[in-house]
Design a protein around this ligand. Structure first.
Ligand code: TTP
Ligand code: MG
Length: 588
């Protein structure tokens, strides 16, 4: 997978323009084509209006000011004011249009990304930390907004401006224009040099931001261990190191700017000087009007604005290209297990028979985790899987829920191959009780029914009563409407567990999977409560229980012993003990 081994520091290397990425972005702009065209047209108009202003000044000077009259001044003033007003309207409309386009494109991309993330395999999430994926949805999308509303549009405006000014200069006086534009190569070399220097400076800046963020994220989420082992001082020193490097990188950026600005100002001043000297001579020789000279000077000044801002444009372009690259790479990641064409519909109620037929499975090629596993669990039967760590118990559950597709064999639910059935229907019939219950922000009720309207409040209460969660819920200030914070921090471990039990039974699945593994940090009273709850959860339901405790296993109808991905023994507790084999040794 392309994202594996992906490094956040990759962003640092960045082209300012990549036609492949831009081409793909264009696809997202297409639905808003007319807005983009309108914005560019308005931009062109704005540049035109800006260029008209020096020309109006020229008229005012040549017609009136130079002759000491005022005859034409009033209409020139009105035109000037008119151009200002129009410029305002153009710029305002253009900005609004571009923001609209940008916001819509961002929204489209965000939705597409989120939908894509929802379909990714569990294997993908094993390999990609959540923080990084969230960054795709937030920062990277924001970089795009910058590109659309500031970067791209201003670059187009700058090009219009440079071309427009050159044309205006030539229209006024081509000889003077030629002399003025002689500095162009010098300017071009200067800008090129600056662009390279700045690219490196920005690169360093981003690199150190990325490193500092990564360090902070990791060491804040691991704060428990840091405090436990008293590592604060060392951590702080390391963070200080990252922070100082970032400071130096920021300083270097400022330093380059501080160097470049005066240099551009100097070239601009020299150009102005040349225009005044040469233009002045032309005025004295009466081949150039004084108004034209003033207009010329104004135009030359306009010329230097885009030059001064080139570095910012570069920065925006670079970050945007890096962001686009990351977004598209993520979008190109193959999605997880999907429904095939014409997937089979499962009936609303099933009997709950589970069959594995010669199932072999490997997460990565060559290393078999399950080997030729076959068994049938009858409707309502309660079966436990036991085996040493790494035997393949969790993997078995993963396969039954179809989080991964198998390489060989078939897994059947009521005789229907789950690979051929609709995935959400398969999962609808299978309840899963996790060892580490996940609680969402929201009320108790919402956490049990997971916002599924098909589950009535009666069903929610019934589920809670069944697993014995009802009692503690009633005692909460708002009962079922009690608000839970992120990850259920305001509940005890046992309460969270019971809530998760209620959730898995609320949908009344015919098959129940129980991962009864980590209950070590629970007192014996709660443990008894949970044990009792599990009994009721699995009663009269096909149940597959992965248990690490003898107490849970003993009461099961059948126990299947796995070893290195193979079934080695099966039978009841007593039968297996009598065998004096693996099972016997497991509990010794
Ligand atoms: P598991 O199926 O996780 O083994 P287990 O559940 O029996 O072990 P435990 O009692 O410790 O919970 O793992 C079987 C093998 O598959 C093991 O070598 C690790 C590997 N594996 C993966 O490569 N990726 C996965 O996502 C999982 C769950 C396991
Ligand atoms: Mg396991």
């Amino acid at each position: 997978m392309a994202m594996h081994g992906y490094n956040e520091e990759d962003d640092v290397i960045g082209k300012a323009y990549d036609s492949r990425l831009v081409g793909r972005l264009m696809g997202y702009l297409r639905p808003y084509g007319w807005r983009v065209v309108l914005a560019i047209a308005l931009l062109l108009g704005s540049t035109g209006l800006l260029l008209v202003q020096p020309l109006l000044v020229r008229q005012a000077i040549d017609r009136d000011v130079a002759n000491g009259t005022t005859g034409d001044l009033w209409w020139i003033s009105i035109l000037y004011l008119g151009s200002l007003g129009l410029l305002f309207v153009f710029r305002y409309t253009q900005a609004i249009q571009m923001v609209q386009v940008s916001q819509r494109v961002m929204n489209d991309l965000r939705l597409q990304l989120f939908r894509h993330l929802q379909r990714m395999s569990i294997a993908f999430y094993d390999a990609n930390p959540v923080g990084r994926l969230v960054t795709r949805l937030t920062n990277d999308i924001a970089a795009l907004d910058q590109l659309l509303t500031q970067g791209a549009i201003t670059i187009i405006a700058d090009v219009f401006m440079i071309v427009g000014v050159a044309i205006a200069l030539f229209l006024i006086n081509w000889k003077l224009a030629l002399i003025t534009l002689v500095v162009m190569p010098v300017l071009a070399i200067l800008m090129r040099w600056f662009a390279v220097v700045m690219r490196n400076a920005f690169r360093r800046q981003r690199l150190h931001v990325a490193r500092m963020n990564a360090f902070a994220a990791e060491h804040i989420s691991g704060i428990l261990l840091i405090q436990l082992f008293g590592r604060q001082k060392r951590d702080l020193a390391e963070f200080d190191d990252h922070s100082s490097r970032l400071q130096a990188a920021n300083m270097s950026v400022v330093h380059q700017y501080a160097l470049f600005e005066p240099v551009v100002a100097m070239v601009s001043a020299i150009t102005t000087g040349v225009v005044i000297v040469v233009g002045g001579r032309l005025v004295l020789g009466e081949t150039l009007t004084i108004g034209s000279l003033v207009a010329f000077l104004q135009l030359v000044a306009m010329y230097y604005n885009p030059v001064r801002e080139i570095a910012d444009r570069f920065n925006i372009l670079q970050s945007a290209m890096a962001a686009l690259e990351r977004i598209f790479t993520l979008l190109d990641e193959p999605e997880g297990v999907q429904d095939s064409e014409g997937a089979l519909e499962l009936p609303d109620r099933i009997r709950g028979e589970v069959t594995f037929e010669g199932v072999s499975f490997a997460y990565s090629e060559g290393t078999w985790v399950l080997r030729d596993v076959s068994f049938t669990i009858a409707p309502g039967e309660r079966v436990a899987f036991v085996g040493a760590t790494g035997a393949g118990k969790t993997s078995l559950i993963n396969l039954l829920l179809r989080f991964y597709d198998i390489q060989q064999g078939r897994i059947l639910l009521d005789g229907v191959d789950i690979a051929a059935a609709r995935q959400h229907q398969v999962r609808r019939h299978i309840g899963l009780v996790l060892q580490d219950p996940f609680i969402f922000t929201g009320t108790i009720e919402e956490n049990i029914r997971l916002r599924d309207e098909s589950v009535s409040i009666e069903q929610v209460r019934k589920a809670a009563r069944l697993v014995g969660a009802d009692r503690f819920i009633q005692q909460l200030p708002d009962g079922y409407q009690h608000k839970l914070v992120e990850r259920g921090a305001n509940l005890s471990t046992g309460q969270k567990q019971l809530l998760a039990f209620a959730r898995s039974v609320a949908f009344d699945p015919e098959v129940m999977l129980v991962l009864d593994e980590a209950t070590a940090n629970i007192d014996s009273e709660t443990e008894a409560l949970i044990q009792d709850s599990l009994e009721r959860l699995t009663a009269r339901r096909t149940s597959i229980i992965i248990a690490h405790r003898l107490a849970t296993v003993r009461g099961c109808d059948r126990i299947i012993v796995l070893n290195r991905g193979e079934i080695v023994e099966q039978g009841t507790h007593e039968e297996l003990l009598a065998l004096r084999g693996r099972y016997f040794r497991l509990w010794l």
